[in-house]
Design a protein around this ligand. Structure first.
Ligand SMILES: [Zn+2]
Length: 132
């Protein structure tokens, strides 16, 4: 089925309550609790909602912010939405294939090649270790 055509009931059935809260309700996992915060394993991170490949480990860096941080997604794999919730102006990052919430992107540099920090919930991702 086309991932965007899934009903809320289907998402609830397929995801754990914690995954559902982040992916479908734009929740945020608590800082420093995610599975991949400091992971350095070489591989590809794909969307928990639909399996689309989103980030490669060679764009992951240690930001110290408590969530996995990347400086660049694979091209055309994510979409951006202006988020003014919680009294802040932020840019939300969603999977371009299934529309699931992944995290936010901040232009705060950290000396990365793009100057961007994609602050992504571990629970929204699945890491596939890979050698290439
Ligand atoms: Zn997806």
């Amino acid at each position: 089925m086309e991932p965007r055509a899934k009903s809320d009931e289907q998402w609830r059935a397929e995801l754990t309550p914690q995954e559902y809260a982040v992916l479908r309700k734009a929740g945020t996992e608590p800082a420093f609790t995610g599975e991949y915060t400091d992971t350095e394993t070489v591989g590809v991170y794909s969307c928990k909602g639909c399996g689309s490949e989103l980030f490669r480990s060679d764009t992951k860096f240690h930001s110290g912010c408590g969530w996995p941080s990347f400086y660049q997604p694979l091209s055309d794999t994510v979409e951006y939405i202006e988020d003014t919730s919680h009294g802040m102006r932020r840019t939300e990052v969603r999977c371009a294939t299934c529309g699931s919430h992944l995290g936010h992107v901040f232009p705060d540099g950290y000396g990365t090649p793009t100057g961007d920090r994609y602050c992504i919930n571990s629970i929204a991702l699945t890491l596939e270790p890979r050698d290439d």
